[in-house]
Each structure stands twice: as structure tokens, then as C-alpha cells.
Design a protein around this ligand. Structure first.
Ligand code: ZN
Ligand code: ZN
Length: 155
């Protein structure tokens, strides 16, 4: 099996469109605004600065443990399906043999409950990049770093 199985995982946003993130450096959580694809207000970036500790990291290093677990769990269902498809293909064209997919076949990877995103934290707007608002824990508003350029500001 050399095919790559890609699983689109949609993560929940809070009611204002913010996505929860965890900094790989300080391991604290915050939220950034999730722009729609093609949104002209989305700032192009090759890295993001942690609003809480100011240390930059690559675009793909901000998953919370719950999001990672959720992603793996969702991959389970897709792998089951892919295996079923491959089995069906293998038996196709074998004379006198019909392959009946077994609906209860499963690798027994549990599909997780949907993630729920609470409307917590306070929204702050970096003065240098007001189009990239953030949400930070209530006790962390005194010194915040801009996600895009890393400039410090106070809410
Ligand atoms: Zn941090
Ligand atoms: Zn900025």
C-alpha cells in the first residue's frame, strides 16, 4: 500500500471564529483568528510568534494535544474505509468469488467525540496587525506579542 491516506479534519472554532492553539515553547494555550481561505485580510506568514512568550514557531506546530488526538481518531475511520476498498478491489475479477464488504470490519480505532470550543479567553487586537486578532487567557493581557511580527503590546 503506497497510497497516502489524507484525512481532512475540521477543527471547531468558537462562536467568533477563533481556533484554539498551543505554543510548542511555553505550552500555554491561546486562540488565533481563523481566516477563511483566500481572505485578503489574512497576513501571509512563514512562522507565527507566540502571543504569550513571543517565541516564533513554524505554521504547523501549534496543535493542542486534544486536536492531535482528535486528528488521529478521525484518521482511524478513513483507514478502515481504505482497507475495505483495497479488499474489495483485490477480490474484483476473481471468478466464482464475490467479496462482500463486512460492515462491522474495523481496526478498532475509536472515533473521538467531536471537539467543543468554548467561548473563553479575552479578545485582543495587536495595534501593528489589527487584522490578526487574538484571544489570550484573562491573566495574560498585560504583555502580548503580535502573532505576525512579534511586537509586544498591552491590551
Ligand atoms: Zn509561547
Ligand atoms: Zn504585528
Amino acid at each position: 500500500m503506497d497510497e497516502e491516506i489524507r484525512v481532512p479534519v475540521s477543527l471547531p472554532l468558537d462562536s467568533e471564529g477563533f481556533l484554539r492553539r498551543e505554543c510548542p515553547t511555553c505550552e500555554r494555550e491561546f486562540k488565533w483568528f481563523s481566516h477563511n481561505e483566500g481572505d485578503p485580510n489574512a497576513e501571509p506568514a512563514t512562522q507565527y510568534f507566540c502571543p504569550l512568550c513571543g517565541v516564533p514557531s513554524g505554521l504547523d506546530s501549534w496543535w493542542t494535544p486534544a486536536q492531535l488526538e482528535y486528528g488521529y481518531g478521525n484518521a482511524g475511520g478513513a483507514i478502515d474505509e481504505a482497507v475495505n476498498d483495497i479488499m474489495a478491489d483485490m477480490f474484483k475479477g476473481v471468478k466464482g468469488l464475490t467479496y462482500k464488504p463486512n460492515p462491522s470490519f474495523s481496526l478498532e480505532i475509536e472515533t473521538p467525540d467531536p471537539l467543543i470550543e468554548p467561548d473563553d479567553m479575552v479578545m485582543v487586537e495587536p495595534p501593528c496587525h489589527p487584522n490578526e486578532p487574538l484571544k489570550v487567557p484573562e491573566d495574560s493581557t498585560e504583555r502580548i506579542y503580535c502573532l505576525i511580527c512579534g511586537s509586544a503590546f498591552a491590551a
